[in-house]
Structure formats: C-alpha cells, structure tokens
Design a protein around this ligand. Sequence first.
Ligand SMILES: Nc1ncnc2c1ncn2[C@@H]1O[C@H](COP(=O)(O)OP(=O)(O)OP(=O)(O)O)[C@@H](O)[C@H]1O
Ligand SMILES: [Mg+2]
Length: 725
Amino acid sequence: MSQHPLLDGLNDKQQQAVSNDDSHLLVLAGAGSGKTRVLVHRIAWLIQQRQFSPYSILAVTFTNKAAAEMRGRVERLLGSNVRSMWIGTFHGLAHRLLRAHYMDVGLPQNFQIIDSDDQQRLIKRLIKSLNLDDKRWPAKQSQWYINGKKDEGLRPQHIDTYDPTEQTLKQIYQLYQESCDRAGLVDFAELLLRAHELLRDNRTVREHYQRRFRHLLVDEFQDTNSIQYAWVRLLAGEQNSVTIVGDDDQSIYGWRGARVENIQQFLDDFAGAKTIRLEQNYRSTAAILNAANAVIANNSDRLGKELWTDGDDGEPIALYAAFNEMEEARYIVSQIMAWQEQGNAYQDAAILYRSNAQSRVLEEALLHQRIPYRIYGGLRFFERQEIKDALAYLRLLANRDDDAAIERVINTPSRGIGNRTMDMIRQTARDRQLSLWDAANLMVSEAMLSGRAKNAVASFIELATRLDDHTIDFSLGRIADEMIKQSGLLAMYEAEKGEKAETRVENLKELVSACENFNLDDTEQEQMTPLAAFLAHAALEAGEEQADEYQDAVQLMTLHSAKGLEFPLVFMAGVEEGLFPSQQSMDEPGRLAEERRLCYVGMTRAMQKLVLTYAEQRRIYGQEHFHTVSRFVREMPADSVYEVRAQATPTKTESYGRFHHSVSHETFEQTGFSLGQRVRHQKFGEGTVLNYEGSGPQSRIQINFDNVGSKWLVVAYARLEPAGF
Ligand SMILES: Nc1ncnc2c1ncn2[C@@H]1O[C@H](COP(=O)(O)OP(=O)(O)OP(=O)(O)O)[C@@H](O)[C@H]1O
Ligand SMILES: [Mg+2]
C-alpha cells in the first residue's frame, strides 16, 4: 500500500499522531523526537487529507519566531499559503481576539499594548498619586502582585482580604486598572485575561470561535499557565479536537507560573484523549543523548519516557576547565573559529548560558575576533537599561557637561526632580548658553528654584561632586562599585521584585566586574584616564551593529530561550556549582529539579557536538567565586565526556593575585610560551606571561613586565626569549 506523501519520512508512532482522527491527542515525548515536526505534518494532513480549511485551525507556539517557522513549513508541505490559519503565541492570539472584538471587551479601537517597563512607570506614578511612600511600596512589588492576580484570572473586585498590606495592593491594582481602561492601555497579563473573559462571558463570540476552530494544536504544552489552559478548554468546547505536544522533562517556566500538571489535567478533562509516545530521537548523536538521559534520570516524579537513537555515537561531549571566565570565552571563540574554518557556518553554532550577565565576556571575546553574533531574545550588555543608567553616572564623573547623561539620571532613582523643574533647568541652560550641570548649579546658588525643587537639585549636585572627590584615587572597579551604591541605582533595582529586576542587579554588579577587569592597554589609548577609556570602549561596543537578520552569525542566548531550537554545535558556558545549578536552587529540591530540566533542555539542543565549559574562578555579579564543576556534569556517564585539558599547574602571578595554569591546548602551544612563564624582551626587560589570544602569526600575548607594567604584544614580532626565575 502506498502511503500518503505527508507521512513520508515519519516513523510509525509519528504517522499515527499525524493521521489521528478527531479524538483528543497528547503526544508525550522527549527532546528531539519530532513533536514539533508531528504538529507541522498534522496541520498539513488536516488540510490536505481531511479537507479542513486552514481557517478552521488554531495552532499555538511558544515564540513568534516559532510561529513564523511553523507557518512556513506547513506552506512548503502543502505548496499553498495558509494565511487564514491562526497561528501564534497565546499572547499574540489574545491580541488578535481583542482587536477583532474591542467593543465587546470595552476597549477603544486604538488600544495600545504596554510592556513591562511602561507598566512599571505607570504604577509608580499611581503610587505617588495615592500619597504612598514609594520606599514602602515599590512599584515592582505592585506590578508583581497585579500580574500574578491577572494570571490567576482575578480582578480587584474578586479579591477579599483583611490583610492591610494586601488591601493597599488591591487599591493600587484597582486604580491601575481604572487608569489603563481610561487610557486604552493593555499589559501582557491583561491580554490573556481579557481574551479569556471575552470567551467566557460572551456567548455569541465564544460560539463563533468554537464553530470556527475545529482543531486546536499546542506545542510546548508543559509550559502553559492556568489561564492559557482555561483558554484552550473554552475554545475546545464540546465538539472540537485538541492536540497537545509536550515533554514534562522540559518544563522550565515553573517559576513564572507554568503548570506541568496541565498535562495530567488535560487527560482528566478531555474525555477519550489518546496518548502517543515518541521514543526515537533524530536530533542528537548517541553520546549527547545518552548523557542527557543520564542527567534527567536523577529527577523523580517524571511521567517516564524512553528516548533512543540509531544514529552515530558521534564525538564524546567535550568538557573544558578554564581558569577564569575570560579564558573560557576565548576558548569558546577559538573553537568556533576552528569550526568555521572547516567550512561550517557561524549560525550553526550556539552559545548557551544560565544567566544573562554571562553574555558580556562572551560578547567581548567575539567582538575582539570580529565574529558576527546575535543575541537571541535580548539586548546586548551595554545596551541594557540599567547599564545605560550606570554608564550615565560614570559619564557624569568624567564630564559634568554631558547633558544626555544628566537627563538620564538626574531623577533616576527618583529624587523628586519633576518635569517642571527639569524644564526650568533646560530653559536656563538655553537662555544662558550653559550646560545643564552649570545651569542647575546656577539655579541652586541664585535661589531660582522653589524650596523643594532646590533641595532635590542640590542633593543631586552634591552626590555627583561627592562621588568624584571621594573616588579620586580609586581603581576603576571601585569607582563603579561606589557609583552603583551611592547613586542609589543598585538599591533601586534591589527594591524591585521579579526576574527582570534580579537580572538588572546582576548586570550592575557585572558592570563592576567589567570595570575591574578592564585593561587599559587593550584600548591602546594610554593617554586617557581609565574611566574615559572604559567609557569609550563601552560606547563603541554598544554602537557596534548587532548582526542583521540575514548575516551569518553565532547565536547567543540563555538556556531558557533555547527551548525548541537545535544547532549542530552547542556550547554550554558556566556549568559550575553555584551558577548552574544556581545558588538559590541548591537548597530547594523543586527548584533544583527545574535546573536539571534546564540542563536537559540545553544539552538536547546539540545535534553533532556539545561542549561544556566552566571556569574555576569567575568574577560574576562583582564578586570573585571559586566554583567546582556542576553536579550535572558529574551525573553524565564518564565515557560520554572527555576533558579537553586535564592537567593544570597553578602558578601565582603577583600583580593580579590570580591563579593561572599552564595551558596545553594547541592555540597557545603555537606561541611557544605558557602562562606564568618568565620571558625577556629587548626593550621592556623581564616579565611574566599573563594571557594570550588568537592563533598563528596573529596571536598576541600579554606580559606583565617588571618595570613597565602590562603590555600586549604580537608574538611574531616581539622576539621574546624565555628567562629564568
Ligand atoms: N522521522 C524522522 N526522520 C528524520 N528526522 C526527523 C524525524 N522526526 C523528526 N526529525 C528531525 O529531528 C529533529 C527534531 O525534531 P523536532 O524539533 O520536531 O523535535 P521536538 O520533539 O519538537 O524537540 P523539542 O522537544 O526539543 O522541541 C528535527 O531536525 C526534525 O526534522
Ligand atoms: Mg519542539
């Protein structure tokens, strides 16, 4: 019997899932087993074989990018467009519903979506208007509260509480809601909630969509939250078919309200649902898959799945122990260069990391070698809001007349300098041809401002002056450290709640690390002060174009955003106890299990080659840490991992007080020198080898000369000789 072309290239179980009749279906399977592929083929099958109109299909994916890809793949399979099919993220689809029914939900036609930052700013203003102390009531806390309630489907009137704190939060929520409604603003949580209310409360609309969407298909179902699940149930109604695919081992958003229990709930709620398990992995080599399976086996409470491959063993997983994070980054970059020289594309390599703050050092190493890269789902380090705030303070220290810097931070964190005061300062500056700084000083000394405004401006001037005087003899790292503390920036972000604020605090501390490690010689701008040189470096780096969409570029992303994707070559950087698993997760079994699932997700992104790296010493979040290799690595079978560099002989270099090891991998061997070695230069005299980069004739070596300090030299020209101790 000849089979339908849409079933070609699928195994039996996959074919069963694709050609399933109209009963509800759960495809429960491990990573890389073809779940997403099954969804794509099933959509095409429904249209071509079962004659459903694309109009009657609704598909949900986890990101917009995944939605676009899925639509493209369906269209390629069918050879026709499926424009009338609804496909998108839960948020995107909710938005579409609200646009179509704005009147039914009481929104103006031109309602606007606000992002998390806008939302927070609005809440902040409202807290002030209630005359609440914003130290006692940080906007972030209210934001967290409001969004949490919305995710549970609760409006202010549903909240009954005698707790005085919650009563105030409820009052803020109420006021926030009123002002959003008045202004026609909709936040992310509101999109989901309002669309849910529309479907729940408006029978005509509900029945319309229930009649329309005969098939609902959801990818990455393990990461749906309560309201998203409620949505699926409403749209399914009594007669429509629901296909969900997921993997309980890849549930990694529990911390954000996702409920892996929804998989079990689905089987309870949707009568007659079938379960199909896919067990063959088509993505990764046996070495990678076996190691990933061994890691996840350490979790309990799993729904239980098998995963095997008949593919090649492939290369074992490489484990590289770097002596610090910079050397880790250089190693990764050198491997990517070697891989590219073998004829591979940059875009087939991905660097995954646990924390956003790790990206800075990696970005710098890539920039240094002029390798294009793209940060997936995020801003580059020096473009992030909190970093720009902090840099503005540093700019102000370097140059009081930097008006843009003053504009940015004169009231960040809030010091009671309002728009009116700022307008007056701007006006004075214009009238008298002064910088904002000079205008502000003038207005304070000549009492041109009212009492409160004057005090606020004076305190800002005093802060900048004090910071400068106080840090005059400090190293760049200490200047940055004092600045984030004294300016109140650190405290401001620390007072906020939520993941984004946590990341911001981490990034600020990471900026301190960046300053500490900043090497003046790197810039070859020895006439500049370290601060000025650093600022130039940061500005240039931020101004560097992010690789554009079509350019071949290395992919950088957090482990979380790598979900569902695959790459021939994958690096997982920072696999260390305390970083991955994270420090906070180590004492809580639930969180540790989620970290382990994240490790499983990361490893199973790799198709051909997986490289794990860790740094024995890492300066992160502004502090030096000595880490051991992650327990997850120890959970991998010994024969599936090989250490790239086993032997390490620590030598201490006085100037840096850091431990260095002699490296034995090729790149450095070519130079003929080893870290910590004593060398002699004709002009500069004797010194100790601190660092190196690049390979072949281009390789450069950093030497701390006893008399002239540290210098980077090109090995080929430096004519260095070994020297005795
Ligand atoms: N029957 C098959 N024959 C050959 N290749 C397949 C088959 N099924 C899937 N693949 C390929 O295996 C890879 C993984 O498939 P897919 O991304 O659909 O897996 P998944 O289960 O969705 O993974 P994840 O859990 O990571 O989202 C893809 O490159 C896909 O094209
Ligand atoms: Mg998938």
